[in-house]
Design a protein around this ligand. Structure first.
Ligand SMILES: Nc1ncnc2c1ncn2[C@@H]1O[C@H](COP(=O)(O)OP(=O)(O)OP(=O)(O)O)[C@@H](O)[C@H]1O
Ligand SMILES: [Mg+2]
Length: 250
């Protein structure tokens, strides 16, 4: 059974159709990269998957459970919040809580969800995740005391702390100085090696080629091409994909 099945998702803003019928599925342990020009709808697609936008049409199924069906009644906020937990989200701008330390950023949501039960296990997991991100000496720092690369690694630990089925990244390195990009890509690569199920929107083509199992090329709200990462990036079948890739190499 696929871990995720996306079926015919459509999304309009002000009568402009931005996502024009997107379908794909992925298996547990797969990493899929989404590439495509600015405005092609990559972020909107991720936001639809995380229920931050409500698609106008389509069905989203995780582990066989239909989480979203545009033709069904709208979920109550608490149901929607619960469904959102199937997806972890790492944003371009980190979005850490400035008033909390690195460790508190990671443990906050799990603590709130545990209804005041003993936090020992949550703190232990939080520390392990930060350690895994190479941040064992940074746990009590506040976001403003951390570099962009460190903040993004806290954000990744925070997303993992909720044990999502699918971890989504929206251009996780594009707000970073080039010298900080490598440390973030490295932890994402390690997650891929551990078979974390991930969807990564990225402009880093070499990274997409080497780390993702599959690449989706989006163009103007549709999936124009999807296939094994190395094939799509080294040898795309569509002229439009070729154009996009060669425009990046200029
Ligand atoms: N809330 C919104 N209201 C109106 N239009 C929107 C909204 N969100 C996105 N759009 C439009 O949808 C289109 C696709 O935007 P989106 O952010 O998904 O593209 P993208 O592929 O992520 O681009 P980039 O590579 O620049 O991040 C754009 O034309 C954008 O202006
Ligand atoms: Mg975007």
């Amino acid at each position: 059974m696929p871990i995720l099945e996306v079926s015919n998702i459509k999304k309009k803003f002000d009568n402009n159709e931005i996502i024009k019928g997107i379908s794909f599925s992925m298996e547990e342990g797969q990493a899929i990269s989404i590439i495509g020009s600015s405005g092609s709808g990559k972020t909107t697609l991720l936001r639809c998957l995380n229920f931050l936008e409500r698609p106008d049409e389509g069905i989203i199924t995780v582990r066989g459970e239909r989480l979203f069906d545009a033709s069904a009644p709208i979920d109550k906020p608490d149901v929607l919040r619960e469904k959102r937990l199937h997806f972890g989200m790492v944003f371009q701008q980190f979005n850490l809580f400035p008033q909390y330390t690195a460790l508190e950023n990671v443990t906050l949501a799990p603590s709130l969800l545990s209804d005041g039960k003993d936090n020992t296990e949550i703190i232990k997991t939080g520390k392990e995740l930060l350690d895994q991100m190479g941040l064992s000496d940074r746990m009590s720092n506040y976001p403003h005391q951390l570099s962009g690369g460190q903040q993004q690694r806290v954000a990744i630990a925070r997303a993992l702390a909720l044990k999502p089925d699918i971890l989504c990244f929206d251009e996780p390195t594009s707000a970073l100085d080039p010298e900080l990009t490598g440390e973030v890509l490295r932890v994402i690569r390690e997650l891929a090696d551990k078979k974390t199920t991930m969807i990564i929107v990225t402009h880093e083509m070499a990274f997409a080629r080497d780390v993702a199992d599959e690449v989706i090329f989006m163009d103007d709200g549709v999936i124009l091409e999807k296939g094994p990462a190395k094939e799509v990036i080294n040898n795309p079948t569509k002229e439009r994909t070729r154009q996009f890739l060669s425009s990046l190499n200029k």
